[in-house]
Write a protein that binds this ligand. Structure first.
Ligand code: NAD
Length: 506
Protein backbone atom coordinates (compact mmCIF):
# COMPACT_ATOMS: atom_id res chain seq x y z
CA UNK A 1 0.00 0.00 0.00
CA UNK A 2 2.90 2.42 0.60
CA UNK A 3 5.04 2.27 -2.48
CA UNK A 4 6.31 4.76 -5.00
CA UNK A 5 6.38 3.29 -8.50
CA UNK A 6 5.39 3.66 -12.16
CA UNK A 7 1.77 4.76 -11.64
CA UNK A 8 3.23 8.11 -10.68
CA UNK A 9 3.40 9.07 -14.33
CA UNK A 10 0.77 11.58 -13.30
CA UNK A 11 3.53 13.35 -11.41
CA UNK A 12 4.92 16.59 -12.81
CA UNK A 13 8.33 14.98 -12.81
CA UNK A 14 9.82 12.95 -15.64
CA UNK A 15 9.69 9.18 -15.73
CA UNK A 16 13.43 9.05 -15.08
CA UNK A 17 13.10 11.33 -12.12
CA UNK A 18 10.31 9.16 -10.75
CA UNK A 19 12.55 6.13 -10.86
CA UNK A 20 15.29 8.06 -9.13
CA UNK A 21 12.79 9.29 -6.57
CA UNK A 22 11.83 5.72 -5.94
CA UNK A 23 15.46 5.26 -4.99
CA UNK A 24 15.27 8.28 -2.73
CA UNK A 25 12.16 6.82 -1.16
CA UNK A 26 14.13 3.69 -0.45
CA UNK A 27 16.90 5.74 1.12
CA UNK A 28 14.59 7.56 3.43
CA UNK A 29 12.36 4.61 4.15
CA UNK A 30 9.56 7.09 3.77
CA UNK A 31 6.07 6.12 2.76
CA UNK A 32 3.27 7.79 0.91
CA UNK A 33 -0.23 6.43 0.30
CA UNK A 34 -0.85 5.73 -3.38
CA UNK A 35 -4.30 7.27 -3.24
CA UNK A 36 -2.83 10.60 -2.22
CA UNK A 37 -0.43 10.59 -5.13
CA UNK A 38 -3.10 9.86 -7.74
CA UNK A 39 -5.31 12.55 -6.31
CA UNK A 40 -2.71 15.29 -5.98
CA UNK A 41 0.38 14.74 -8.11
CA UNK A 42 2.00 18.03 -7.08
CA UNK A 43 2.09 16.67 -3.55
CA UNK A 44 4.73 14.18 -4.67
CA UNK A 45 6.92 16.96 -5.94
CA UNK A 46 6.65 18.85 -2.67
CA UNK A 47 7.15 15.65 -0.76
CA UNK A 48 10.33 14.83 -2.66
CA UNK A 49 11.77 18.28 -2.05
CA UNK A 50 10.81 17.88 1.56
CA UNK A 51 12.52 14.52 1.67
CA UNK A 52 15.88 16.03 0.71
CA UNK A 53 15.36 18.83 3.20
CA UNK A 54 14.29 16.34 5.86
CA UNK A 55 17.32 14.15 5.31
CA UNK A 56 19.63 17.16 5.49
CA UNK A 57 17.84 18.38 8.61
CA UNK A 58 18.33 14.96 10.18
CA UNK A 59 22.00 15.16 9.28
CA UNK A 60 22.24 18.61 10.83
CA UNK A 61 20.67 17.26 14.01
CA UNK A 62 23.27 14.46 14.01
CA UNK A 63 26.06 17.00 13.45
CA UNK A 64 24.81 19.05 16.39
CA UNK A 65 25.34 16.06 18.67
CA UNK A 66 29.09 16.60 18.13
CA UNK A 67 29.64 12.98 17.03
CA UNK A 68 31.46 13.90 13.82
CA UNK A 69 33.68 16.42 15.62
CA UNK A 70 35.24 13.64 17.64
CA UNK A 71 38.76 12.68 16.45
CA UNK A 72 38.00 8.97 16.88
CA UNK A 73 35.00 9.27 14.57
CA UNK A 74 37.02 11.04 11.89
CA UNK A 75 39.84 8.49 12.02
CA UNK A 76 37.37 5.60 11.98
CA UNK A 77 35.48 6.96 8.96
CA UNK A 78 38.67 7.61 6.99
CA UNK A 79 39.94 4.13 7.82
CA UNK A 80 36.61 2.65 6.73
CA UNK A 81 36.74 4.64 3.49
CA UNK A 82 40.17 3.20 2.80
CA UNK A 83 38.80 -0.26 3.52
CA UNK A 84 35.95 0.37 1.08
CA UNK A 85 38.52 1.10 -1.62
CA UNK A 86 40.90 -1.77 -0.87
CA UNK A 87 38.12 -4.38 -0.41
CA UNK A 88 36.50 -3.35 -3.69
CA UNK A 89 39.40 -2.35 -5.92
CA UNK A 90 38.42 -4.77 -8.68
CA UNK A 91 34.72 -3.85 -8.83
CA UNK A 92 35.52 -0.15 -8.67
CA UNK A 93 37.90 -0.50 -11.63
CA UNK A 94 35.26 -2.58 -13.43
CA UNK A 95 32.71 0.22 -12.95
CA UNK A 96 35.20 2.78 -14.29
CA UNK A 97 35.80 0.51 -17.27
CA UNK A 98 32.05 0.33 -17.85
CA UNK A 99 31.63 4.11 -17.71
CA UNK A 100 34.73 5.27 -19.58
CA UNK A 101 36.55 2.10 -20.72
CA UNK A 102 39.29 3.16 -18.32
CA UNK A 103 42.24 0.79 -18.55
CA UNK A 104 42.85 -0.93 -15.19
CA UNK A 105 46.25 0.67 -14.62
CA UNK A 106 44.89 4.14 -15.35
CA UNK A 107 41.86 3.60 -13.09
CA UNK A 108 44.14 2.33 -10.34
CA UNK A 109 46.66 5.18 -10.65
CA UNK A 110 44.32 8.16 -11.07
CA UNK A 111 41.34 7.08 -8.98
CA UNK A 112 41.81 4.11 -6.64
CA UNK A 113 45.35 4.68 -5.41
CA UNK A 114 44.85 8.47 -5.56
CA UNK A 115 42.17 8.08 -2.89
CA UNK A 116 44.10 5.68 -0.65
CA UNK A 117 47.24 7.89 -0.84
CA UNK A 118 45.15 10.92 0.10
CA UNK A 119 43.61 9.03 3.04
CA UNK A 120 47.05 7.89 4.27
CA UNK A 121 48.35 11.45 4.06
CA UNK A 122 45.30 12.81 5.88
CA UNK A 123 45.46 10.18 8.64
CA UNK A 124 49.15 10.93 9.14
CA UNK A 125 48.62 14.68 9.61
CA UNK A 126 45.07 14.91 10.92
CA UNK A 127 45.92 15.43 14.59
CA UNK A 128 48.33 18.24 13.82
CA UNK A 129 45.85 19.91 11.42
CA UNK A 130 43.15 19.84 14.13
CA UNK A 131 45.37 21.36 16.78
CA UNK A 132 44.62 24.77 18.17
CA UNK A 133 47.39 27.12 17.03
CA UNK A 134 48.65 29.96 19.20
CA UNK A 135 49.33 33.34 17.64
CA UNK A 136 51.12 36.29 19.22
CA UNK A 137 49.12 38.96 21.08
CA UNK A 138 50.02 42.68 20.90
CA UNK A 139 50.84 44.62 24.10
CA UNK A 140 47.54 46.49 23.88
CA UNK A 141 45.62 43.21 24.43
CA UNK A 142 47.88 41.80 27.14
CA UNK A 143 47.72 39.87 29.35
CA UNK A 144 45.87 37.33 27.26
CA UNK A 145 46.35 34.40 24.90
CA UNK A 146 45.24 34.27 21.25
CA UNK A 147 44.73 31.22 19.14
CA UNK A 148 43.04 29.72 16.08
CA UNK A 149 40.80 26.71 16.46
CA UNK A 150 39.56 24.90 13.32
CA UNK A 151 35.93 23.86 13.65
CA UNK A 152 33.74 21.90 11.22
CA UNK A 153 31.14 23.78 9.18
CA UNK A 154 28.24 21.28 9.31
CA UNK A 155 26.66 19.57 6.32
CA UNK A 156 28.49 19.80 3.01
CA UNK A 157 27.08 19.04 -0.45
CA UNK A 158 29.59 17.49 -2.87
CA UNK A 159 28.52 17.46 -6.54
CA UNK A 160 30.82 15.40 -8.77
CA UNK A 161 31.57 15.29 -12.52
CA UNK A 162 31.78 12.20 -14.73
CA UNK A 163 35.40 12.16 -15.95
CA UNK A 164 36.97 10.91 -12.69
CA UNK A 165 33.73 9.78 -11.09
CA UNK A 166 35.31 8.07 -8.08
CA UNK A 167 38.04 10.57 -7.30
CA UNK A 168 35.87 13.66 -7.70
CA UNK A 169 33.40 12.44 -5.08
CA UNK A 170 35.74 10.70 -2.63
CA UNK A 171 38.72 13.11 -2.57
CA UNK A 172 36.54 16.01 -1.37
CA UNK A 173 34.82 13.58 1.03
CA UNK A 174 38.20 12.82 2.66
CA UNK A 175 38.72 16.50 3.45
CA UNK A 176 35.09 16.90 4.56
CA UNK A 177 35.34 13.98 7.00
CA UNK A 178 38.81 15.07 8.20
CA UNK A 179 37.36 18.46 9.10
CA UNK A 180 34.56 16.75 11.08
CA UNK A 181 31.60 17.47 8.83
CA UNK A 182 28.61 15.55 7.51
CA UNK A 183 28.34 15.06 3.73
CA UNK A 184 25.68 14.73 1.05
CA UNK A 185 27.16 13.26 -2.13
CA UNK A 186 25.72 13.72 -5.63
CA UNK A 187 27.81 11.83 -8.21
CA UNK A 188 27.44 12.50 -11.92
CA UNK A 189 24.56 10.68 -13.57
CA UNK A 190 26.69 10.30 -16.72
CA UNK A 191 29.04 7.82 -15.01
CA UNK A 192 26.17 5.69 -13.74
CA UNK A 193 28.06 2.42 -13.10
CA UNK A 194 30.39 4.16 -10.64
CA UNK A 195 27.50 6.11 -9.10
CA UNK A 196 25.45 2.90 -8.61
CA UNK A 197 28.41 1.14 -7.02
CA UNK A 198 29.15 4.02 -4.65
CA UNK A 199 25.50 4.14 -3.67
CA UNK A 200 25.62 0.44 -2.80
CA UNK A 201 29.00 0.46 -1.03
CA UNK A 202 29.03 3.64 1.04
CA UNK A 203 26.32 2.63 3.55
CA UNK A 204 28.16 -0.65 4.19
CA UNK A 205 31.31 1.13 5.33
CA UNK A 206 30.49 4.65 6.50
CA UNK A 207 28.30 6.23 9.15
CA UNK A 208 25.00 6.59 7.27
CA UNK A 209 23.71 9.21 9.62
CA UNK A 210 26.56 11.51 8.63
CA UNK A 211 27.23 10.55 5.01
CA UNK A 212 24.60 9.89 2.38
CA UNK A 213 24.47 9.76 -1.39
CA UNK A 214 21.69 10.86 -3.72
CA UNK A 215 21.64 9.96 -7.38
CA UNK A 216 20.09 11.97 -10.16
CA UNK A 217 20.59 14.53 -12.88
CA UNK A 218 19.67 18.16 -13.35
CA UNK A 219 16.26 17.96 -11.65
CA UNK A 220 17.49 16.17 -8.56
CA UNK A 221 20.59 18.36 -8.27
CA UNK A 222 18.42 21.46 -8.59
CA UNK A 223 16.19 20.15 -5.81
CA UNK A 224 19.22 19.49 -3.63
CA UNK A 225 20.58 22.94 -4.36
CA UNK A 226 17.32 24.41 -3.09
CA UNK A 227 18.19 23.06 0.37
CA UNK A 228 20.37 24.75 2.93
CA UNK A 229 23.96 23.52 3.28
CA UNK A 230 26.94 24.87 5.16
CA UNK A 231 29.20 24.59 2.11
CA UNK A 232 28.77 23.39 -1.47
CA UNK A 233 31.61 21.81 -3.41
CA UNK A 234 30.91 21.56 -7.14
CA UNK A 235 33.09 20.03 -9.85
CA UNK A 236 32.05 20.54 -13.47
CA UNK A 237 31.65 23.24 -16.09
CA UNK A 238 31.48 26.97 -15.48
CA UNK A 239 27.92 27.39 -16.83
CA UNK A 240 26.48 25.09 -14.19
CA UNK A 241 28.84 26.65 -11.61
CA UNK A 242 26.88 29.88 -12.03
CA UNK A 243 23.65 28.00 -11.27
CA UNK A 244 25.27 26.48 -8.18
CA UNK A 245 26.52 29.86 -6.98
CA UNK A 246 23.15 31.48 -7.55
CA UNK A 247 21.44 28.76 -5.50
CA UNK A 248 24.08 29.08 -2.77
CA UNK A 249 23.51 32.84 -2.57
CA UNK A 250 20.03 32.25 -1.16
CA UNK A 251 21.51 31.10 2.16
CA UNK A 252 24.92 32.83 1.75
CA UNK A 253 26.42 29.35 1.55
CA UNK A 254 30.14 29.36 0.72
CA UNK A 255 31.13 27.44 -2.41
CA UNK A 256 34.16 25.67 -3.79
CA UNK A 257 34.00 25.50 -7.59
CA UNK A 258 36.35 23.13 -9.37
CA UNK A 259 35.99 24.03 -13.02
CA UNK A 260 37.88 23.65 -16.27
CA UNK A 261 38.89 25.66 -19.30
CA UNK A 262 41.70 25.56 -21.83
CA UNK A 263 45.00 24.54 -20.21
CA UNK A 264 47.88 25.64 -22.50
CA UNK A 265 51.39 24.24 -23.01
CA UNK A 266 54.36 26.21 -24.31
CA UNK A 267 57.34 24.28 -25.71
CA UNK A 268 60.51 26.27 -26.11
CA UNK A 269 63.21 25.31 -28.62
CA UNK A 270 65.52 24.50 -25.67
CA UNK A 271 63.21 21.69 -24.45
CA UNK A 272 64.14 18.01 -24.66
CA UNK A 273 61.81 17.04 -27.48
CA UNK A 274 61.52 13.30 -26.82
CA UNK A 275 60.83 13.67 -23.09
CA UNK A 276 58.41 16.56 -23.63
CA UNK A 277 56.50 14.61 -26.32
CA UNK A 278 56.24 11.51 -24.13
CA UNK A 279 54.94 13.44 -21.11
CA UNK A 280 52.49 15.48 -23.18
CA UNK A 281 51.16 12.39 -25.00
CA UNK A 282 50.56 10.71 -21.63
CA UNK A 283 48.73 13.74 -20.16
CA UNK A 284 46.70 14.53 -23.27
CA UNK A 285 45.44 11.06 -24.20
CA UNK A 286 44.97 9.58 -20.73
CA UNK A 287 41.24 9.06 -20.21
CA UNK A 288 40.83 9.94 -23.89
CA UNK A 289 41.59 13.62 -23.24
CA UNK A 290 38.79 13.93 -20.68
CA UNK A 291 40.89 15.35 -17.85
CA UNK A 292 40.30 18.88 -16.58
CA UNK A 293 44.06 19.58 -16.42
CA UNK A 294 44.97 17.80 -19.68
CA UNK A 295 46.86 19.96 -22.18
CA UNK A 296 44.11 21.61 -24.22
CA UNK A 297 46.44 23.03 -26.90
CA UNK A 298 50.16 23.45 -27.60
CA UNK A 299 52.08 26.61 -28.40
CA UNK A 300 55.35 25.53 -30.02
CA UNK A 301 58.41 27.49 -30.96
CA UNK A 302 58.57 27.57 -34.77
CA UNK A 303 62.13 26.17 -34.89
CA UNK A 304 61.12 22.81 -33.43
CA UNK A 305 57.52 22.38 -34.55
CA UNK A 306 58.08 19.80 -37.31
CA UNK A 307 60.48 17.72 -35.23
CA UNK A 308 58.20 17.88 -32.18
CA UNK A 309 55.06 16.78 -34.05
CA UNK A 310 56.94 13.84 -35.58
CA UNK A 311 58.07 12.83 -32.07
CA UNK A 312 54.58 13.25 -30.67
CA UNK A 313 53.18 10.92 -33.35
CA UNK A 314 55.89 8.40 -32.49
CA UNK A 315 54.95 8.54 -28.81
CA UNK A 316 51.24 8.08 -29.62
CA UNK A 317 52.11 4.93 -31.57
CA UNK A 318 54.35 3.62 -28.80
CA UNK A 319 51.59 4.11 -26.24
CA UNK A 320 48.49 3.12 -28.20
CA UNK A 321 49.87 1.31 -31.33
CA UNK A 322 48.92 2.21 -34.90
CA UNK A 323 45.36 1.17 -34.12
CA UNK A 324 44.34 2.88 -30.82
CA UNK A 325 40.78 1.53 -31.26
CA UNK A 326 42.08 -1.96 -30.49
CA UNK A 327 44.52 -0.86 -27.78
CA UNK A 328 43.77 -1.91 -24.18
CA UNK A 329 45.49 1.28 -23.04
CA UNK A 330 43.12 3.69 -24.78
CA UNK A 331 39.77 4.71 -23.26
CA UNK A 332 36.49 5.92 -24.71
CA UNK A 333 34.39 9.10 -24.67
CA UNK A 334 31.78 9.13 -21.90
CA UNK A 335 28.72 9.03 -24.21
CA UNK A 336 27.48 9.45 -27.78
CA UNK A 337 26.56 13.10 -27.25
CA UNK A 338 30.10 14.04 -26.28
CA UNK A 339 31.56 11.89 -29.11
CA UNK A 340 29.36 13.77 -31.58
CA UNK A 341 30.37 17.08 -30.03
CA UNK A 342 34.04 16.20 -30.60
CA UNK A 343 33.42 14.82 -34.11
CA UNK A 344 31.67 18.10 -34.99
CA UNK A 345 34.88 20.05 -34.33
CA UNK A 346 36.56 18.08 -37.10
CA UNK A 347 33.86 18.85 -39.69
CA UNK A 348 35.26 22.41 -39.91
CA UNK A 349 36.85 22.42 -43.38
CA UNK A 350 39.31 25.15 -42.32
CA UNK A 351 41.10 22.71 -40.06
CA UNK A 352 44.40 21.04 -40.95
CA UNK A 353 44.06 17.62 -39.29
CA UNK A 354 47.64 16.39 -39.51
CA UNK A 355 47.22 13.17 -37.53
CA UNK A 356 44.35 10.90 -36.46
CA UNK A 357 40.80 12.20 -36.78
CA UNK A 358 39.19 8.73 -36.98
CA UNK A 359 35.84 8.54 -35.22
CA UNK A 360 33.47 5.66 -34.50
CA UNK A 361 30.41 7.15 -32.86
CA UNK A 362 28.80 3.77 -32.09
CA UNK A 363 31.91 2.82 -30.07
CA UNK A 364 32.29 6.30 -28.55
CA UNK A 365 35.76 6.33 -30.06
CA UNK A 366 37.98 9.07 -31.43
CA UNK A 367 41.65 8.45 -32.18
CA UNK A 368 44.43 10.71 -30.82
CA UNK A 369 44.20 13.70 -33.16
CA UNK A 370 46.55 16.60 -33.95
CA UNK A 371 45.34 19.76 -35.67
CA UNK A 372 47.85 22.34 -36.93
CA UNK A 373 47.24 26.06 -36.48
CA UNK A 374 43.42 26.12 -36.25
CA UNK A 375 41.97 29.66 -36.65
CA UNK A 376 41.73 31.42 -33.30
CA UNK A 377 38.00 32.00 -33.82
CA UNK A 378 37.29 28.30 -34.55
CA UNK A 379 35.17 26.38 -32.00
CA UNK A 380 38.23 24.26 -31.28
CA UNK A 381 40.11 27.31 -30.00
CA UNK A 382 37.13 28.99 -28.34
CA UNK A 383 35.81 26.08 -26.26
CA UNK A 384 37.37 23.63 -23.80
CA UNK A 385 38.00 20.54 -25.98
CA UNK A 386 37.82 17.89 -23.24
CA UNK A 387 38.63 15.09 -25.67
CA UNK A 388 41.50 13.61 -27.71
CA UNK A 389 42.00 16.52 -30.17
CA UNK A 390 45.21 18.53 -29.73
CA UNK A 391 45.60 21.83 -31.58
CA UNK A 392 49.19 22.95 -32.19
CA UNK A 393 49.88 26.66 -32.68
CA UNK A 394 53.20 28.01 -33.98
CA UNK A 395 54.77 30.84 -31.98
CA UNK A 396 58.03 32.75 -32.31
CA UNK A 397 58.93 33.31 -28.64
CA UNK A 398 57.68 32.81 -25.08
CA UNK A 399 56.28 36.38 -25.09
CA UNK A 400 54.12 35.40 -28.07
CA UNK A 401 52.80 32.39 -26.13
CA UNK A 402 52.14 34.47 -23.01
CA UNK A 403 50.25 37.07 -25.02
CA UNK A 404 48.08 34.30 -26.47
CA UNK A 405 47.32 32.84 -23.04
CA UNK A 406 46.67 36.07 -21.16
CA UNK A 407 44.22 37.21 -23.87
CA UNK A 408 41.96 34.38 -22.65
CA UNK A 409 40.45 33.25 -19.33
CA UNK A 410 42.83 32.15 -16.56
CA UNK A 411 43.44 28.42 -17.06
CA UNK A 412 43.21 25.61 -14.52
CA UNK A 413 46.76 24.53 -15.43
CA UNK A 414 49.58 25.99 -17.55
CA UNK A 415 52.64 24.05 -18.69
CA UNK A 416 56.09 25.19 -19.74
CA UNK A 417 58.77 23.02 -21.37
CA UNK A 418 62.11 24.80 -21.41
CA UNK A 419 65.67 24.48 -20.11
CA UNK A 420 65.93 28.23 -19.90
CA UNK A 421 65.81 29.68 -16.34
CA UNK A 422 64.71 33.06 -17.65
CA UNK A 423 61.73 31.45 -19.43
CA UNK A 424 60.76 29.86 -16.14
CA UNK A 425 60.76 33.20 -14.30
CA UNK A 426 58.92 34.94 -17.15
CA UNK A 427 56.30 32.16 -17.16
CA UNK A 428 55.72 32.23 -13.41
CA UNK A 429 55.52 36.02 -13.29
CA UNK A 430 53.14 36.42 -16.21
CA UNK A 431 50.84 33.41 -16.17
CA UNK A 432 48.06 33.20 -13.60
CA UNK A 433 46.72 29.63 -13.47
CA UNK A 434 45.34 27.22 -10.87
CA UNK A 435 48.57 25.16 -11.05
CA UNK A 436 51.76 25.25 -13.08
CA UNK A 437 54.10 22.42 -14.06
CA UNK A 438 57.50 23.06 -15.56
CA UNK A 439 58.80 20.37 -17.91
CA UNK A 440 55.86 18.06 -17.22
CA UNK A 441 52.05 18.00 -17.18
CA UNK A 442 49.58 17.19 -14.38
CA UNK A 443 52.19 15.84 -11.97
CA UNK A 444 51.36 18.39 -9.25
CA UNK A 445 48.38 16.14 -8.48
CA UNK A 446 50.87 13.52 -7.20
CA UNK A 447 52.04 15.89 -4.45
CA UNK A 448 49.69 15.63 -1.49
CA UNK A 449 50.74 18.96 0.01
CA UNK A 450 50.05 21.00 -3.12
CA UNK A 451 46.57 22.54 -3.08
CA UNK A 452 44.37 21.92 -6.13
CA UNK A 453 41.93 24.43 -7.59
CA UNK A 454 41.40 27.04 -10.27
CA UNK A 455 41.53 30.81 -10.44
CA UNK A 456 39.10 33.16 -12.17
CA UNK A 457 37.00 31.25 -14.70
CA UNK A 458 38.70 27.95 -13.84
CA UNK A 459 37.34 27.90 -10.31
CA UNK A 460 37.44 29.18 -6.76
CA UNK A 461 38.59 27.54 -3.55
CA UNK A 462 41.05 24.71 -3.25
CA UNK A 463 41.32 21.29 -1.70
CA UNK A 464 43.80 18.43 -1.18
CA UNK A 465 45.82 17.94 1.98
CA UNK A 466 45.86 20.63 4.67
CA UNK A 467 44.28 23.21 2.34
CA UNK A 468 41.30 20.86 1.84
CA UNK A 469 40.97 20.46 5.60
CA UNK A 470 41.01 24.26 6.04
CA UNK A 471 38.57 24.70 3.14
CA UNK A 472 35.91 22.67 4.95
CA UNK A 473 36.68 24.18 8.38
CA UNK A 474 35.99 27.51 9.94
CA UNK A 475 39.18 28.89 11.46
CA UNK A 476 37.76 30.30 14.66
CA UNK A 477 39.69 33.21 16.21
CA UNK A 478 39.82 33.15 19.98
CA UNK A 479 41.27 35.57 22.49
CA UNK A 480 41.24 34.68 26.16
CA UNK A 481 41.69 37.38 28.78
CA UNK A 482 41.79 37.33 32.57
CA UNK A 483 40.12 39.49 35.17
CA UNK A 484 43.19 41.62 35.74
CA UNK A 485 42.41 45.30 35.74
CA UNK A 486 43.19 47.00 32.38
CA UNK A 487 45.26 50.09 31.80
CA UNK A 488 42.50 52.62 31.03
CA UNK A 489 44.00 53.50 27.63
CA UNK A 490 41.20 52.22 25.37
CA UNK A 491 38.32 53.42 27.53
CA UNK A 492 36.58 56.80 27.34
CA UNK A 493 37.02 59.54 28.27
CA UNK A 494 39.63 59.85 25.53
CA UNK A 495 42.58 62.21 25.95
CA UNK A 496 45.72 63.33 24.15
CA UNK A 497 47.94 61.47 26.60
CA UNK A 498 46.01 58.20 26.13
CA UNK A 499 46.23 58.56 22.33
CA UNK A 500 49.97 59.31 22.49
CA UNK A 501 50.62 56.17 24.55
CA UNK A 502 48.39 54.05 22.24
CA UNK A 503 50.31 55.28 19.18
CA UNK A 504 53.58 54.53 20.92
CA UNK A 505 52.44 50.99 21.84
CA UNK A 506 51.47 50.23 18.23
P1 NAD B 1 28.62 16.68 -15.47
O1 NAD B 1 27.76 16.74 -16.69
O2 NAD B 1 28.85 15.39 -14.79
O3 NAD B 1 28.04 17.75 -14.46
C1 NAD B 1 28.63 17.94 -13.19
C2 NAD B 1 27.55 17.84 -12.13
O4 NAD B 1 26.64 18.92 -12.28
C3 NAD B 1 26.74 16.55 -12.22
O5 NAD B 1 26.64 16.00 -10.93
C4 NAD B 1 25.41 17.01 -12.78
O6 NAD B 1 24.34 16.23 -12.30
C5 NAD B 1 25.31 18.44 -12.29
N1 NAD B 1 24.54 19.29 -13.18
C6 NAD B 1 24.61 19.31 -14.54
N2 NAD B 1 23.78 20.26 -15.03
C7 NAD B 1 23.19 20.84 -13.96
C8 NAD B 1 22.23 21.89 -13.80
N3 NAD B 1 21.70 22.53 -14.85
N4 NAD B 1 21.86 22.24 -12.53
C9 NAD B 1 22.38 21.59 -11.46
N5 NAD B 1 23.27 20.59 -11.57
C10 NAD B 1 23.67 20.23 -12.77
O7 NAD B 1 30.07 17.24 -15.78
P2 NAD B 1 30.57 18.35 -16.79
O8 NAD B 1 30.10 19.68 -16.36
O9 NAD B 1 30.38 17.93 -18.19
O10 NAD B 1 32.12 18.21 -16.43
C11 NAD B 1 33.11 18.57 -17.31
C12 NAD B 1 33.69 19.90 -16.86
O11 NAD B 1 34.19 19.78 -15.54
C13 NAD B 1 34.87 20.31 -17.70
O12 NAD B 1 34.82 21.70 -17.88
C14 NAD B 1 36.07 19.94 -16.84
O13 NAD B 1 37.21 20.71 -17.10
C15 NAD B 1 35.53 20.22 -15.47
N6 NAD B 1 36.21 19.44 -14.43
C16 NAD B 1 36.92 20.11 -13.51
C17 NAD B 1 37.61 19.39 -12.55
C18 NAD B 1 38.41 20.11 -11.51
O14 NAD B 1 38.81 19.46 -10.54
N7 NAD B 1 38.66 21.38 -11.64
C19 NAD B 1 37.55 18.01 -12.53
C20 NAD B 1 36.79 17.37 -13.49
C21 NAD B 1 36.11 18.09 -14.45
Amino acid sequence: MYLLNKPFLLSPLTNKAINKNHRIAHHHEFTLPLSKCYAKPTLIFEFIIMSYAEKIERQRHYFNQNITKDMTWRIEQLTQLKKLITDNEQVLCDALAKDLSKPYQEAWLTEVSYITTDINHTLKHLKSWCKTKRVSTPIIAMPSSSYIQPEPLGTILIIGAWNYPLQLILAPLIAVIAAGNCAVLKPSELASATADLLEALLPKYLDQQAICLFQGGVEETSELLACRFDHIMYTGNSQVAKIVMTAAAKYLTPVTLELGGKSPVYIDKSANITIAAQRIAWGKWMNCGQTCIAPDYLLIHQDIQTEFIAELQKQIQLMFTNSPQSSDSYGRIINTKHTERLANYLTDTNLDVSYGGETDISERYMSPTIVINPPSDSALMQEEIFGPILPVITVTAIEDAIQHITANEKPLAAYLFSKNQEDEQTWLQNISAGSVAINDVMMFTAVADLPFGGVGNSGMGQYCGKVGFDNFSHLKSIIKRHFIKDLPLRFAPYSTIKLTILKWLR
